[in-house]
Design a protein. Structure first.
Length: 324
C-alpha cells in the first residue's frame, strides 16, 4: 500500500446521490462515509513491498481494488469481482480527504506533462474508454451518444479518438450541447418533447443513416427507448446511465433487428491507456473542468454539482500545493 497526500478530487453524480439519498440500488449508506473516487495525489510513504513508486511521485488513483483473486480477476474483468473494494461505495470510504491510503498496484505514476487535474479526470474518462470498447467503436463508426453530462462528453472524446466518423449527441440543455460541440461532437439535438421514435429519426437524418452504435448515458426510460429505436439493425446499444431498476423498453424491436444490448460496470484496465493518451496529447480532457473549490468549500462544491451548473466540479485538497 501507499500513503498519499491528495491533490485533486472530482465530484461525481454518484457522490451527490449518496449525499442526498443515502443509497444507489443495493448500496446503502449505513454509517458515515467519506465521498470521492475521481482522484490524484502525491505519494508520501510506500509499504515495504512497493517498488514501482516512491515518495514524491504524482499518481492517479484507480478506485476499484479487487480483494481476492477470483475467476473475474483471472479473466481480466476484475471490475465484476463481487467483493471488490471501491472508493465511496458503501461501506468503503472514498478519497475526498487530505491523506489517503490505497493499494499501490492501483496507483499509476503520472508523467510530468500530465497535471493532477487530468489525473483525477482519468476516472470519468475510463468510463468512456470502457463503454466505447464494449460498444466496438472503430474506424468510420457512426455513433449516437445520449446525454451530454460528463460521461456523455467523455464518450464523445473517446469515440472520436477510436475513429468514429460522426458522433451525434442529445440533451435537454443547450449549454451542455454547446460543450459537446467544443469537445468534438459533429451534431447535437436539443430534446424538448419529442417521442423516442422522433428522436431516433432525427438522429438518423443528421447522420445520414442509423448509427451502428448508441451509448446511452442518462438512464432515463425514454432515452433508452430512443436508443433502441435509433440503433441500426445488427448494431450495439451500450447502457451506461443508471436510472430506475425497472424500465419499460421495446425489447422485441431490439430482438428482431439483432440489436445487441450491453451493460457496463465502471471499467477495467483503462488507466494505462488513459495516461498514454493524455501524455501524448491525443486527447484533451481539460475543458471538462468548469469549477474549482478548495476542500474547505466542499459543501459549496457539492451544491454546485447538485444544481447541475457547469460540467465537472473539482476539489483541491492540498492547500500548500500551488501547481496547476
Amino acid at each position: 500500500e501507499v500513503l498519499l497526500r491528495m491533490h485533486s478530487v472530482g465530484i461525481c453524480g454518484s457522490d451527490v446521490h449518496y449525499w442526498q439519498h443515502g443509497r444507489i440500488g443495493d448500496f446503502v449508506v449505513k454509517h458515515p462515509m467519506v465521498l470521492g473516487h475521481e482522484a490524484s495525489g502525491t505519494v508520501v510513504k510506500v509499504g515495504s513491498g512497493v517498488t514501482h513508486l516512491k515518495p514524491g511521485d504524482r499518481v492517479a488513483i484507480e478506485p476499484g481494488v479487487p480483494r481476492e483473486m477470483d475467476e473475474f480477476c483471472k479473466t481480466g474483468r476484475y471490475n465484476l469481482s463481487p467483493t471488490i473494494f471501491f472508493c465511496a461505495t458503501p461501506p468503503d470510504d472514498g478519497n475526498l480527504c487530505r491523506y489517503y491510503k490505497h493499494s499501490a498496484s492501483y496507483c499509476y505514476k503520472l508523467p510530468d506533462n500530465v497535471t493532477f487535474e487530468e489525473g483525477a479526470l482519468i476516472e470519468p474518462l475510463s468510463v468512456g474508454i470502457h463503454a466505447c470498447k464494449r460498444a466496438g467503436v472503430t474506424l468510420g463508426s457512426k455513433v449516437f451518444v445520449s446525454g451530454s453530462g460528463p460521461i456523455g462528453l467523455v464518450n464523445v472524446l473517446v469515440a472520436k479518438m477510436m475513429g468514429a466518423a460522426a458522433v451525434v449527441i442529445t440533451d435537454l440543455s443547450a449549454s451542455r450541447l454547446q460543450k459537446a460541440k467544443e469537445m468534438g461532437a459533429d451534431f447535437t439535438i436539443q430534446v424538448k418533447n419529442e417521442t423516442p421514435q422522433e428522436v431516433a429519426s432525427k438522429v438518423a437524418s443528421l447522420l445520414g443513416c442509423m448509427p451502428e452504435i448508441t451509448v446511452e448515458c442518462t438512464g432515463v426510460q425514454a432515452c433508452i427507448q430512443a436508443g433502441i429505436y435509433a440503433t441500426r439493425s445488427g448494431g450495439t446499444l451500450v447502457l451506461v446511465g443508471l436510472g430506475p431498476e425497472m424500465v419499460t423498453v421495446p425489447i422485441v424491436n431490439a430482438a428482431v433487428r439483432e440489436v445487441d444490448i450491453r451493460g457496463i460496470f465502471r471499467y477495467c484496465n483503462t488507466w494505462p491507456v488513459a495516461i498514454a493518451l493524455l501524455a501524448s496529447k491525443r486527447i484533451n480532457v481539460k475543458p471538462l473542468v468548469t469549477h474549482r473549490f478548495p476542500l474547505e468549500k466542499a459543501l459549496e462544491a457539492f451544491e454546485t454539482t447538485k444544481r447541475g451548473e457547469g460540467v465537472k466540479v473539482m476539489l483541491k485538497c492540498d492547500p500548500t500545493d500551488h501547481s496547476p
